[in-house]
Design a protein around this ligand. Structure first.
Ligand code: FES
Length: 283
């Protein structure tokens, strides 16, 4: 049985959504919720500022705008390992601890960075990369990416090339922009229980075997261990762009989700806005 959850609105958000938008579809609500969250996190009045202009995180002495913070969906407080850390800055050690309690060594969490929804995934890559490629020994896999029509775009190994090297995998952890390329809902990790999200890992980026990011709107699936290069399109302008990200394994989404570069600052996970064009396709 799937576990139900919903996004946590900022206090007052539900009232103003109702008041100003008597007919608000799911996509708009997702967008509204995270724009409102950004207002709390950055202490800025958003006004007409869109997602793109929120991508201005810069380091400061408090770890402010660059910090990736936990985001706990309402209803998930007791069912997630980070359920009591809503809006706290993410620490690397928290993921290491959570991974130690997992049979696969993987640990993920929903987050928000600079007003954008993200997923952060810890994968025991360095421990497993030289072991036999078998079930439940997860590592990052670097794969070829193809468009929906089967056109080759590029290889996940390009992550090491100068153009993308700031994205290079380090410290067994990746930060993923979390808006579904289908209709812009927010996929999550183990927020619902089904065969795609169960605690298991299968090599080859197949659409089975557990530990997928899952979009509850129309059941799109993404493998957070499968790194590839692919191509997406901005919904407003139609402009196409290539990106490095995780692979779509199933459902109506045309492609996977882009990566966000990040750095470890002390114990803090901080993200960088180098590829902001990759994160505006839903605007
Ligand atoms: S919005 Fe994610 S599957 Fe439709």
């Amino acid at each position: 049985m799937a576990r139900r959850f919903r996004l946590r609105p900022i206090p007052g958000a539900e009232e103003s959504v109702e008041e100003n938008n008597p007919v608000l579809d799911r996509r708009e609500f997702m967008r509204y919720s995270f724009n409102t969250a950004a207002g709390v996190i950055t202490m800025a009045s958003l006004g007409s500022i869109g997602f793109a202009s929120l991508l201005m995180g810069t380091a400061d002495s408090s770890g402010g705008d660059t910090a990736v913070r936990f985001w706990v969906p309402t209803g998930a407080e007791d069912s997630t390992w980070y359920g009591d850390r809503h809006l706290e800055p993410m620490s690397y050690s928290a993921f290491v601890s959570a991974s130690a309690a997992s049979s696969t060594g993987m640990a993920g969490a929903q987050g928000v960075w600079s007003g954008l929804p993200v997923n952060v995934m810890y994968v025991p890559h360095s421990e497993n990369v030289n072991a036999p490629l078998v079930t439940n020994q997860p590592r990052f896999q670097f794969l070829d990416g193809y468009t929906e029509s089967g056109k080759y775009v590029g290889s996940g190994y390009e992550i090491e090339e100068p153009e993308y090297s700031i994205l290079s995998i380090h410290d067994n952890l990746i930060v993923i922009f979390s808006r579904c390329p289908h209709l812009c809902c927010i996929p999550g990790w183990q927020l619902v229980q089904n065969s795609f999200t169960e605690e298991q890992w299968t090599p080859g980026a197949v659409d089975a075997g557990g530990n997928k990011l899952f979009c509850i709107c129309h059941s799109s699936r993404f493998d957070p261990t499968a790194i590839e290069k692919n191509r997406n399109r901005n919904r407003s302008t139609g402009a196409e762009f290539d990106f490095i990200g995780i692979r779509r394994t199933g459902g109506p989404t045309p492609v996977g989700l882009p990566l966000i570069p990040w750095v470890l600052s002390g114990d803090s996970i901080e993200a960088l806005p180098d590829f902001k064009d990759w994160y505006t396709y839903c605007d």
